[in-house]
Design a protein around this ligand. Structure first.
Ligand code: AMP
Length: 282
């Protein structure tokens, strides 16, 4: 696997791949890679001729009181994991080459970016969409791989690619979990032992709510109440930001579970913010 830092070199590498007719897959990440990221890289390696993993902790998507500075950056391990999952190129641009002095353009994502995460993290998806479109322009992929774990992000990127005619196939891949069901996340590293144990309540809540819906309880009030009660069993939860049932297409709250419903949760355990979701087909 070749490691590229300069955007100009990335452009040249992509020129060569495209000249040879190779299909390019890109997996954008912020590093601190785990099995969730690796599953995206492996899928890209199966479906594409060349796989570019981008590793960039994007300052634009962090709020002023968020964890940008302390976000983990274990680059040597990341490169080893990316290579063994099948990446052919790692793109690790310095922040100053992505956002040089005077940079001022932003992608506005509209309604989809203002709800859910957008309510709690204003400007977050503008930051995500802006950096992802820069990374798309630098890597010019045929396909781009995102995790269902960040469902809203995947939906927004899919919509952006379509609205802006980017001709990139956005692929959403399943959430990879620890043995006890906790969705893998770079932020799980922040949890101490008790908090790590407490975090399993998220998956328990999602799976039990799925069972409730499958048993025929499909109205939003019952589902919201059940999720809230389940989560309140865990004393280490310091804040529940959202926990409800939504349409996977519009991300609006669903009055009744229909053919497909999405359960999504965002909460804090201690100071650590965790999100997860599950699709239910009742
Ligand atoms: P991040 O490094 O957190 O920005 O994530 C990079 C990509 O990996 C995003 O598309 C995430 O949705 C995806 N991802 C993160 N965690 C998981 C997981 N547990 N399973 C599948 N994909 C994931």
């Amino acid at each position: 696997m070749r490691v590229i830092r300069a955007p100009q070199q990335m452009g040249q590498a992509v020129d060569r791949l495209r000249a040879r007719g190779q299909r390019i897959g890109v997996v954008p990440t912020m590093g601190a890679l785990h099995e969730g990221h690796c599953s995206l890289i492996r899928r890209a390696a199966r479906e594409c001729d060349a796989v570019i993993v981008t590793i960039f902790v994007n300052p634009l998507q962090f709020g002023p009181r968020e964890d940008f500075r302390r976000y983990p950056r274990p680059l040597a391990t990341d490169l080893r994991l990316a290579a063994s999952a099948g990446a052919t190129l790692a793109f690790v641009p310095p922040a100053a080459s992505v956002f040089p002095p005077g940079f001022q353009t932003r992608i506005a994502v509209g309604r989809l970016g203002a709800i859910w995460e957008g309510k709690v993290r204003p400007g977050h998806f503008t930051g995500v969409a802006t950096v992802v479109s820069i990374l798309f322009n630098l890597t010019r992929p045929h396909r781009a791989y995102f995790g269902q774990k960040d469902f809203q992000q995947a939906v927004i990127i899919k919509k952006m690619a379509k609205d802006l005619d980017m001709a990139i196939d956005v692929v959403i891949c399943p959430t990879i979990r620890e043995n006890d069901g906790l969705a893998m996340s770079s932020r799980n590293f922040y949890l101490n032992k008790d908090e790590r144990k407490a975090a399993t309540i998220i998956n328990k809540c999602l799976t039990q709510t799925t069972e409730l819906i499958k048993s025929g309880i499909i109205d939003i009030e019952s589902i919201r109440r059940f999720m809230k009660e389940k989560l309140s069993e865990e004393p280490l939860i310091t804040e529940i930001q959202y926990a409800s049932m939504y349409s996977p297409q519009t991300l609006d709250e669903l009055e009744r579970a229909g053919k497909e419903a999405l359960l999504a949760i965002a909460l804090k355990i201690g100071k650590t913010r965790l999100i997860d979701n599950m699709i239910v087909n009742p």
